[in-house]
Design a protein around this ligand. Structure first.
Ligand SMILES: C[S@@+](CC[C@H](N)C(=O)[O-])C[C@H]1O[C@@H](n2cnc3c(N)ncnc32)[C@H](O)[C@@H]1O
Length: 255
C-alpha cells in the first residue's frame, strides 16, 4: 500500500487545508476537555501530516502506520522540524487493527483520519481496530475518526484512469472501480516516469477500500464500549468534493 507512491501522497490525496483541519480536530478535543500536552495516537499516520501539526500545537503523538514507505516520508520530514517538535512524536510500524499501546502510557485521545478506516477492508479488522483503540485510551479518552459516506464511494471511487499528478518527471494515474453489492472499491495507482523515448512504467499498485455502513459502525463502536459524543458531516476537501459532503466525523468517548 502506497509502496511506490508515498512521495506523492500529500500532493495528491491529503487534506486541502491541513492547518484548518488540525484546528478543527483540536477544537473537538477541547470540547471533550482534552488539551495539549496530552498524548494522542495517530492511527494510520501516513506521511505524518497530522502528527506533525498536532506536535507543533504541543501534543505528544504516537503514530502507528503499516506502510514503510509512508513512514520513511514521515521520518524524512521530521528531520527538518525543530527539536522540541521532533521529540514530541514517535512513529512506529504496526497494524492499527491489532496493536497494543503501552499500558503505562494510556492515550488521552486518538485520531484516525483521511478515511483510514475505509482502508480496513474486512469487518473483522474494523472490530479489532475499535477494541484496540478502546484499550489504548484512558477513561474519558476520545477517538476522532472520519469515515467515507456511500456517496464518496459512488461518486469518487468509480472512474476510469485520471491523471492526478504530472510534473514533467513523474505521472501518476488513478483508476477506481466500485462494486455496489459489496461496497468494495478497488483503487489502482499507476506511476510512470518520463524517459527519453516516452513514458516508462515504474509501478502499478492496487488497494482495496471498503464502504462501512454508518449504522453498523455505530453498533460496533458501541459494542466496543464507546459513547458517541457527536457525529458531524465533514468536508476537509471542499475543492475536491464539490456538491456533496464526503465524510462523517465521529467523536467517540471512552466512559
Ligand atoms: C488515506 S491514508 C491517511 C494517512 C493519514 N491518516 C492522513 O490523514 O494523512 C491511509 C493510511 O493508513 C495506512 N493504513 C492502512 N491500513 C493500515 C493498517 N491496517 N494499519 C496501519 N496503517 C494502515 C495506509 O498505509 C495509509 O498511510
Amino acid at each position: 500500500m502506497y509502496n511506490t507512491t508515498a512521495f506523492l501522497y500529500e500532493a495528491t490525496a491529503a487534506f486541502e487545508a491541513p492547518e484548518k483541519t488540525c484546528d478543527e480536530i483540536q477544537g473537538f478535543f477541547a470540547d471533550c476537555g482534552i488539551e495539549p500536552p496530552g498524548l494522542l495516537g495517530d492511527l494510520g499516520s501516513g506521511t505524518g501530516l497530522m502528527s506533525v501539526l498536532l506536535a507543533e500545537r504541543g501534543w505528544q503523538v504516537e503514530g502507528i502506520e503499516l506502510s514503510p514507505a509512508m513512514l520513511a516520508v514521515a521520518q524524512a520530514k521530521s528531520r527538518a522540524l525543530p527539536a522540541p517538535v521532533q521529540e514530541r512524536i514517535v512513529w512506529r510500524q504496526g497494524d492499527i487493527s491489532r496493536f497494543e499501546a503501552d499500558p503505562d502510557k494510556p492515550w488521552d485521545g486518538a485520531v484516525c483520519l483521511c478515511n483510514t478506516i475505509n482502508h480496513l477492508a474486512e469487518w473483522e479488522q474494523v472490530k479489532a481496530f475499535s477494541n484496540s483503540v478502546f484499550r489504548a485510551l484512558k477513561p474519558g479518552g476520545t477517538l476522532i475518526l472520519d469515515s467515507d459516506t456511500l456517496d464518496t464511494f459512488q461518486g469518487f471511487f468509480h472512474h476510469g484512469p485520471v491523471v492526478v499528478w504530472d510534473d514533467g518527471k513523474h505521472r501518476m494515474t488513478r483508476a477506481c472501480e466500485f462494486d455496489a453489492d459489496s461496497g468494495r472499491a478497488s483503487h489502482t495507482a499507476t506511476l510512470e516516469e518520463y524517459a527519453p523515448h516516452g513514458l516508462r512504467l515504474l509501478s502499478r499498485e492496487a488497494m482495496a477500500l471498503q464502504y462501512h455502513r454508518e449504522t453498523e459502525l455505530f453498533t460496533l463502536f458501541t459494542q466496543a464500549g464507546f459513547q458517541l459524543a457527536q457525529a458531524v458531516p465533514y468536508n476537509p476537501c471542499p475543492k475536491l468534493y464539490r456538491g456533496f459532503v464526503p465524510k462523517l466525523l465521529w467523536i467517540l468517548r471512552k466512559p
